[in-house]
Every structure is written in structure tokens, then in C-alpha cells.
Design a binder for this molecule. Structure first.
Ligand code: GLU
Ligand code: ZN
Length: 316
């Protein structure tokens, strides 16, 4: 049997909060329960949002909880570097390969222009790109390039991409209708998440991706990139989001739930007990070690629906 290779791929754009931890724990448990290998990849592509201190803090927070990794930042391994900011050449090669096949074109739309297109919106609230810049003539491109640096879009076919998520079940999307040509390189030159994550998971031999349910909508785009790049896709498990009392997903607004505050209030075992209860793995939030949870882990127990964070956890 093929060895399971999972990964945790956080963006160091702030201190981790309970929601990041929830995904990290499930990725870790799934790998450890199967005796697989866990890779830690730091997704610090966006230089405006990501900071080295946050990467250090998140590794320290994971270790504090007892969530270790076998390959990746901090421990090394054969598929490095494990920071996306150091992998630009790898993304450039993939981008060039797609461009040489005539699948990439420059998009000069402003944000206002993109939003003004009255196309319907997909599940994640992004506007569907109607292809405005696809058929610009070389002269029109030259004209627009005088005042604007383009983003680069991948042309998508009028085709359904279907897959079965390990937790959420069947999901299908027509790339052209539900998404449109999507950006694989931003106008500031930074390679986009969709391209980088696919290239990396492919290059690192990842066979299982566990991540938040908000990324379910990105998966068809990534599956299409797997096809184009000739890479084998992993299986996907999209786990529930943790919700604040107002029904919005947890974010850095909930300061009581960032790891700095949580570490001051809880022991690692107490926090793991809460996370396990929120995931549906145990009935009561009693202190428990990560290893103990791994012994009893099964995806069948994991809840599929988003979950409100109880008041007791929110209150400092
Ligand atoms: N870096 C992404 C994030 O922190 C996760 C990417 C993924 O798991 O595919 O939101
Ligand atoms: Zn455009």
C-alpha cells in the first residue's frame, strides 16, 4: 500500500487561532492514525501579509500542543525548501510551461472592472471572471500595458470537474461557468495560491490534503492544474469551520482565541480536549494527549458541519 503523505500548510500572516489549530489537529491525527508522514510547508507567498516571526510562532505553537512533523520547515527533508517564498523558480517553471502551451493570458482589469461584471458569484463570494481580457488583440494589450501591469490568468474549459471529498462528499463545478479563467500570477509578480499549492503538493508527493471547508471551492481549479501539469492529485478532506457567536468564521478579530491568549489560559491537553470535542471525536472536552487521540481517530467520527465555538472558550 502506498504510504500516506499529509501536510499542514499554514500562512504566517498572524498568530494561529483556534480555527487554524483545528485544521492542524485533524491533518496531524489523520496522518498519525495511518502511520504516514506529515509535511509542514510555510505558505508565505504574500510578502505584504506574511512575517518570519509568525512562522516561528506557529511552529512553536504546534510543538507546544505536541503536534510534530516529519519533513518541512524546521526539520528539513528531501523536497525542500519548505517555505513558498524560497520556491519561486519552481512556480516560474510551471507557469512558463502553461504559458508555452498558450493557456495563459494577461488581464488588465482593475478591481472595479472585475466586480462590475454582472456574472453570478460562486460559493466563496468571488466574482466569476467573464473573460474580458481573453480576446484582446496584441495592439490592445500593448495599449493597456502602457498604464497597467497585468495579472496572469489561466484559460479554463467549459468542463465539469467532479471529485468526492472524504468528508463533504460529492462536489462538482463547471470551471468556466462557476469560476472563469483564474489568476495564477498576480500583477506584482507573486505566484497565486492556486498555482503554488498545486505545484507544491504535487512536488512533495502529498497523497492527502486536510484543510478548512472554505477551500472546497478552490479544489476544482487545483484539480484542473494537476491535470495540466501531469501531477497525481491527493485525496481531499475539507473540515468544518469554527464560527464566532455571530455566525462568521473565526478570524483574528477573536483575540481571546489566538494562541497567545489560549496558551495563557489552557494546558495543551485541555485545549486538545476542546478541539477534539468540537470535531466530534469525543463527547466531553476533557484533557487528552495528541497521541491518545490518534489511537482512537477515525474520519467517520468527524463532524461535517461548521461548529459554533462555545462561550466558555471565548471568554478570557
Ligand atoms: N495556506 C492556506 C491557508 O493558510 C492553506 C492552503 C491549503 O491548505 O491548501 O489558508
Ligand atoms: Zn481582465
Amino acid at each position: 500500500m502506498e504510504m500516506l503523505r499529509g501536510r499542514f500548510a499554514p500562512s504566517p500572516s498572524g498568530r494561529m487561532h483556534l480555527g487554524n489549530l483545528f485544521s492542524a489537529l485533524l491533518a496531524w491525527l489523520s496522518v498519525r492514525a495511518a502511520g504516514g508522514t506529515l509535511v509542514l510547508r510555510i505558505e508565505d507567498l504574500d510578502p505584504d501579509r506574511c512575517r518570519g516571526e509568525y512562522a516561528d510562532a506557529l511552529m512553536d505553537d504546534l510543538r507546544w500542543l505536541g503536534l510534530d512533523w516529519d519533513e518541512g520547515d524546521g526539520v528539513g527533508g528531501p523536497q525542500g525548501p519548505y517555505r513558498q517564498s524560497k520556491r519561486t523558480e519552481i512556480y516560474a517553471a510551471a507557469f512558463d510551461a502553461l504559458e508555452h502551451r498558450g493557456l495563459v493570458y494577461p488581464c488588465y482589469c482593475t478591481r472595479a472592472e472585475r466586480l462590475a461584471a454582472s456574472a453570478p458569484h460562486r460559493g466563496d463570494g468571488e466574482a466569476v471572471y467573464a473573460g474580458k481580457c481573453r480576446d484582446l488583440t496584441p495592439a490592445q494589450r500593448e495599449e493597456r500595458a502602457r498604464t497597467r501591469r497585468p495579472a496572469w490568468r489561466l484559460m479554463v474549459p467549459d468542463r465539469e470537474i467532479a471529485f468526492t471529498d472524504g468528508l463533504q462528499g460529492a462536489y462538482v463545478e463547471n470551471l468556466l461557468r462557476d469560476c472563469g479563467d483564474f489568476i495564477i500570477r498576480r500583477s506584482d509578480g507573486v505566484y497565486a495560491y492556486q498555482l503554488a499549492v498545486t505545484v507544491d503538493d504535487g512536488a512533495m508527493g502529498i497523497t492527502q490534503v486536510v484543510r478548512g471547508r472554505d477551500l472546497l471551492f478552490s479544489t476544482p481549479r487545483q484539480l484542473y492544474l494537476y491535470q495540466l501539469l501531469g501531477l497525481t492529485p491527493p485525496e481531499f478532506y475539507h473540515v468544518p469551520l469554527l464560527l464566532a457567536p455571530d455566525g462568521r468564521r473565526l478570524s483574528k478579530r477573536e483575540h481571546d482565541l489566538d494562541m497567545g491568549a489560549l496558551r495563557a489560559r489552557f494546558s495543551p491537553e485541555a485545549l486538545l480536549g476542546w478541539l477534539a470535542a468540537l470535531a466530534g471525536l469525543v463527547d466531553h472536552p476533557e484533557p487528552v494527549g495528541a497521541g491518545e487521540l490518534a489511537k482512537a481517530f477515525s474520519w467517520e467520527k468527524v463532524r461535517k458541519e461548521d461548529v459554533f465555538v462555545p462561550e466558555t472558550l471565548l471568554k478570557a
